[in-house]
Design a protein around this ligand. Structure first.
Ligand SMILES: Cc1ncc(COP(=O)(O)O)c(C=O)c1O
Ligand SMILES: [Zn+2]
Length: 404
């Protein structure tokens, strides 16, 4: 790492100190690397002998020493092929399933990197506002690292996220509001308590974990990435990370072409889709009455929206909002295909189907749907009608009890 640069005003910062946002303009900071130096020391072929985890790209991640890595055993997550007559017309689409990471979501990537580096720099207490999954990952990696974690989530956060954080021993707070309100509390108390604010896009560390998705995917696809990557977006760190990864792979000369990013939000909270479709360079107003089953997409005012929109424009990207009813239908389809996709992730399938129907995307191109997390954390939104499930007497003998 040779330093960090503000993505808004270009100001440089040293990577040797704890970083939050740009001290001049408040923009998001992004780490820069010495790619020439790295590619001479670590040729692509050197990676082949390493264990399949995003940590194999350690030279391209902002930790000083590999011994300081805080890991919960992040393995490569599988790329599967999915086809469903209703959704894809029987053609296949690739699916990458991050539901299999520690804590069950892709947030493990960003928080493994962030907690590793922050502990290395001497941080002892981290705080995060979260829709739920980032809080779980913060709690888990902080517990492993021996850091104190305070997590702030909307009071209607999915139960699994809440229980997970409590079991992990974090200081857990519910906020009578949404993630932006939680972020306000973390920021206000920051100086008084002295915790590090791990909010989305307000530090450069988490992006780096998501950027390594691009490296992992590129290797899995033989350094020839799919034409389209469909990614669910709330705060935008994931999609910005992917885009940063594409750039770095190009700089390293490890890929020849950058995929198109297809951003998906829920129509109950789609400020980035709206801004993109209006040709705006950032989200200017808070999305009011944000409501969706996809809890992680309920971000009414993303902090670094300008970066998400830049990533989309630069990759000739697309932005799509899908309805909750279609998300639930897509979840069922994913389940039948062997992928337990959470609502945020199922939104990618609903969006992909729409883009095929509208002939915006071509089913013959390689497209990848990014499954950011597991449905197993979303039992509260997976509504089933329990009264319609037969309860059998212990001595049920008649076939009619079972198949009637
Ligand atoms: C499962 C899941 N998918 C997608 C997202 C959106 O990620 P980002 O905030 O990086 O855009 C989240 C965020 O909480 C999430 O939990
Ligand atoms: Zn700046």
């Amino acid at each position: 790492v040779i330093g960090a640069k503000c993505s808004r005003c270009g100001a440089d910062s040293s990577a040797d100190v704890v970083l939050s946002v740009c001290s001049k303009c408040g923009g998001a900071l992004l780490f820069g690397y010495d790619f020439v130096g790295i590619s001479s020391v670590v040729p692509k072929s050197a990676l082949e002998g390493r264990k399949d985890s995003f940590w194999k790209f350690v030279e391209l991640l902002p930790v000083g020493s590999a011994e300081d890595i805080v890991s919960l055993g992040e393995a490569y997550t599988p790329v599967l092929e999915f086809s469903d007559a209703r959704f894809t017309g029987g053609k296949s689409v690739f699916v990458k399933d991050d539901g299999r990471l520690p804590t069950g979501t892709f947030k493990a990537r960003g928080l493994s990197v962030a907690v590793s580096r922050l502990r290395e720099l001497g941080v002892r207490h981290v705080a995060v506002p979260s829709a739920g999954n980032a809080a779980g990952a913060v709690a888990a990696y902080a517990a492993r690292a021996g850091l104190r974690a305070s997590v702030f989530m909307p009071r209607d956060v999915p139960t699994a996220n809440l229980k997970e954080c409590v079991f992990l021993g974090a200081d857990v707070y519910l906020v009578d509001g949404l993630i932006g309100d939680a972020a306000g509390i973390v920021k206000r108390l920051k100086d008084a308590v002295g915790w590090f604010d791990l909010s989305t896009s307000k530090q450069p560390y988490r992006f780096e974990g998501y950027k390594a998705i691009s490296f992992e995917l590129a290797e899995q696809f033989g350094w020839d990435l799919p034409e389209n990557i469909v990614f669910p977006t709330g705060g935008g760190e994931g999609i910005v990370g992917l885009w940063k990864g594409f750039h770095e792979l190009m700089e390293l000369g490890w890929i020849k072409r950058v995929p198109r990013l297809v951003m998906v939000q829920s129509s109950g909270c789609a400020p980035l889709v709206k801004a993109f479709n209006y040709g705006q360079s950032e989200v200017k107003e808070l999305w009011s009455h944000a409501e969706t089953v996809a809890a992680g997409l309920r971000v009414p005012m993303p902090y670094a929206s300008y970066l998400v929109l830049r990533a989309l424009r630069e990759t000739d990207g697309l932005a799509v909002a899908v309805d909750d009813v279609d998300i639930i239908v897509a979840m069922r389809a994913f389940f039948k295909g062997g992928v337990y996709a959470c609502p945020e992730a199922a939104a990618t399938l609903a969006a992909y189907r729409r883009l095929l129907d509208d002939r915006v995307l071509d089913a013959d191109e390689r497209s990848l749907l990014y499954v950011t997390g597991t449905a197993l954390k979303y039992f509260d939104v997976m509504d089933i009608n329990r009264t319609r499930i037969p309860v059998l007497r212990k001595d049920a003998a008649s076939l009619s009890d079972v198949v009637a």
